[in-house]
Design a protein around this ligand. Structure first.
Ligand code: FPP
Length: 261
């Protein structure tokens, strides 16, 4: 995204809401899938699909900020993605570094804080450095939190939480009965975040692919056949509108929800 496409800095207008703010999801999480298929269908290299996919990332981040969605979490690289070719992994890391560099100014102008979840130490040094730098420079931003899940796996996250809780028990700083749902939530990489309200998955697969397994217990799902590089602002707004029409019952009945409201 050219930051100064028309010679002007792009500042996303404060308070300009694209849809009724009522019932907006506080946290949207996205499984961005279909870059490879998008490229293959055009006789292109998979990496080209990722590159165009990065444009979708920019549009969705901007749209989220414009709408006033506070938390946006993107599944950018899974633990399982390490199985891909070295060439593809290198290309994905390069795209990530380019994205972080090109978006920094816009994140600062629009109050967007960047954070990352996952086994970040597995990333190469150059990528870790740019990531840490972006996290530090945006740390004081308060309008929106963009979380990139990198080298992320939901089971690995739960495993890390178990290990942390087990060592607290071993050190006798925690009693077994103190392991509650809240204590588990606090031990996850997402400890400071609310659970996602809406989980979007592109490319038509009905899977959660090891993404935020604990946190999506009550998330509403929006699955679209659109491949990620084609998933732009318009469809993102459709997903949000679709969410706003849902009734979230959290296990209660419609009548109970209505009487509470
Ligand atoms: C899934 O498509 C997507 C990924 C493995 C990576 C997601 C990366 C991006 C959207 C681009 C860059 C990201 C940032 C944050 C700048 P796939 O390759 O599994 O597609 P396929 O299932 O069609 O093969």
């Amino acid at each position: 995204m050219p930051l100064q496409a028309s010679g002007e800095k792009r500042i996303i207008s404060e308070g300009k809401k694209l849809t009724d703010p009522q019932k907006l999801p506080e946290h949207v999480a996205i499984i961005m899938d279909g870059n490879g298929r998008w490229a293959r269908r055009r006789g292109m290299d998979r990496v080209r699909g990722h590159r165009v996919g990065a444009e979708s990332v920019r549009e969705v981040v901007r749209a989220s900020r414009e709408l006033g969605i506070h938390w946006l979490t993107l599944y950018a690289f899974s633990e399982e993605n390490w199985k891909r070719s070295k060439f593809e992994i290198r290309a994905l890391m390069k795209l990530l570094r380019q994205f972080l560099k090109s978006e920094l100014e816009e994140m600062l102008q629009n109050g967007i804080r960047l954070q990352a979840i996952g086994r970040i130490t597995k990333l190469d040094a150059k990528t870790r450095e740019i990531l840490a730098d972006t996290i530090e420079k945006t740390a004081k931003n308060r309008e929106m939190v963009l979380t990139l899940a990198l080298s992320y796996g939901g089971r690995q996250e739960i495993l890390d939480a178990f290990r942390s809780l087990a060592s607290q028990i071993q050190e006798q700083t925690l009693a077994p009965e103190e392991i509650t749902e809240e204590a588990i939530s606090r031990s996850l990489y997402t400890s400071s975040m609310p659970d996602p309200d809406l989980l979007i998955r592109t490319s038509g697969e009905y899977r959660v692919s090891n993404f935020l397994l604990w946190q999506i217990a009550y998330a509403e799902m929006y699955v679209t056949p659109t491949l990620w590089p084609d998933f732009r602002k318009e469809e993102f707004l459709c997903a949000i509108e679709d969410y706003r029409k849902r009734e979230r019952r959290f296990g209660a009945t419609s009548e109970q929800v209505a009487s509470k409201a």
